[in-house]
Design a protein around this ligand. Structure first.
Ligand code: F6R
Ligand code: MG
Length: 381
């Protein structure tokens, strides 16, 4: 049976500030999702939250980019926004950038990750959902899951994974994407996905048969709106077992925390903390960034789950290490590299202050240099 898994998410209001969602708002979104199942538009739906974001995990038979499915999610978020407005929650309707729905939620604010699959004899998959960070937060995790044999033993010892995986990488500025096959093109892949401010992994395919293995939301809200409207708080769907990473291999990268962009005002570097659903409420300095893992089994298109996969004491050490990293980084205050460089900050007063002081900058006889990162004069052969 061909089934489409569509995960559509948005921040439609925070409680309190940007830390969490309000139960009445979540209940309203759930009501719409349930109605979609009752009307037969969806096979099933499950609503999950992380920080101030809500995601609707939907299964159906209508394929990707389907107008009816996207409209259902949009309407659910609009209705949830009404509740958020009534409660005067913070940033009510924040991610709904358009006034009215027009065909597809992409470009309208919500984040989207979708895959169409032939449901296997048993189809386990994980929906990862992060708050206070951006889609490139998945780059390192996806590399380890699908291309690093030190993380994923199956790449070496499971014949059905041994041919490796192909990564589709998007340049968020040009909107173009390139497919790179690992292990053959691993070093080329890493040239791009290590540059997390520009390149994000959009999807991963199995080389043996081209099967879709993972798909991420890659919308960059700040670029869409042309102004700061919050970090993009991404979702990621990963298929597991029997030729894909085992559930434990797919979770393993998160046991060793790394640093991502986001946190306070979307303008800081911080550790990505793997947490249970209950702990997905970032409050310290509006963070540190959180990630949950919602595990599901598909059963004739129905969602059996979610199972709260980071609700495991084996991830306590990762959480503790994130807290220590947070302490260390907070010591830097407003100084880089805790605070992001100016071009990566979501909020900045730099142009205004520069403008105010422009007449006070005087020539002191130093030569002009190209701005770092312009690429010119930086090729080492
Ligand atoms: C980051 C985030 C928060 C806000 C911060 C200031 O993604 O959502 O850290 O940026 O709380 O919020 P405003 O500007 O709404 O007062
Ligand atoms: Mg958020």
């Amino acid at each position: 049976m061909k089934v489409t898994i569509s995960v559509i998410k948005a921040d439609i209001g925070g409680y309190v500030g940007h830390s969490s969602t309000h139960p009445e708002v979540v209940a309203k979104v759930e009501e719409y999702a349930k109605a979609g199942v009752e009307k037969g538009i969806l096979l099933d739906a499950s609503v999950i939250t992380c920080g101030d974001d809500i995601a609707i995990v939907m299964t159906h038979t209508k394929g990707k980019d389907n107008e009816e499915i996207h409209k259902l999610a949009w309407d659910a978020f609009v209705a949830g926004t009404e509740v958020a407005k009534k409660l005067k929650l913070y940033g009510a309707g924040q991610d709904l950038l358009a006034d009215a729905f027009s065909g597809n939620v992409k470009g309208m604010g919500p984040g989207v990750a979708e895959m169409e699959i032939e449901e296997r004899k048993s189809e386990p998959f994980i929906v990862y959902f992060a708050d206070k960070t951006s889609p490139s937060a998945w780059n390192l995790a996806l590399y380890e899951m699908f291309a690093d044999p030190m993380n994923t033993a199956g790449l070496v010892i499971d014949p059905s994974m041994h041919d490796g995986f192909t990564f589709e990488v998007m340049d968020v500025y040009s909107g173009k994407a390139v497919k790179l096959e690992t292990p053959r093109e691993l070093y080329d892949l890493l040239v791009f996905i290590g540059a997390t401010s520009r390149y994000v992994v959009r999807a991963v395919y199995r080389n043996r048969d081209g099967e879709i293995a993972a798909v991420a939301s890659t919308q960059k809200l700040s670029l869409m709106a042309g102004r700061y409207v919050g970090k993009d708080d991404p979702v990621l769907i990963v298929r597991c077992q029997s030729g894909f990473p085992a559930v434990g291999e797919a979770l393993e990268p998160f046991a060793r925390p790394w640093l991502v962009e986001g946190w306070m005002r979307g303008s800081h570097t911080g550790p990505l903390m793997p947490v249970s659903f209950k702990e997905a409420k970032p409050t310290r300095f509006d963070g540190p960034p959180r990630v949950i893992a919602a595990g599901y089994q598909l059963c004739e298109g129905k969602l059996v789950g979610p199972n709260d996969l980071f609700d495991d004491p084996a991830f306590d050490d990762a959480r503790n290490r994130c807290a220590l990293l947070a302490n260390q980084l907070r010591r830097q205050g407003i100084f880089e590299p805790h605070r992001l460089p100016p071009e990566e900050m979501e909020y900045t007063t730099l142009p205004k202050v520069l403008e105010k002081l422009k007449d006070r900058f005087v020539d002191i006889g130093e030569p002009e240099a190209k701005a770092p990162g312009s690429g010119e004069g930086e090729i080492h052969e």
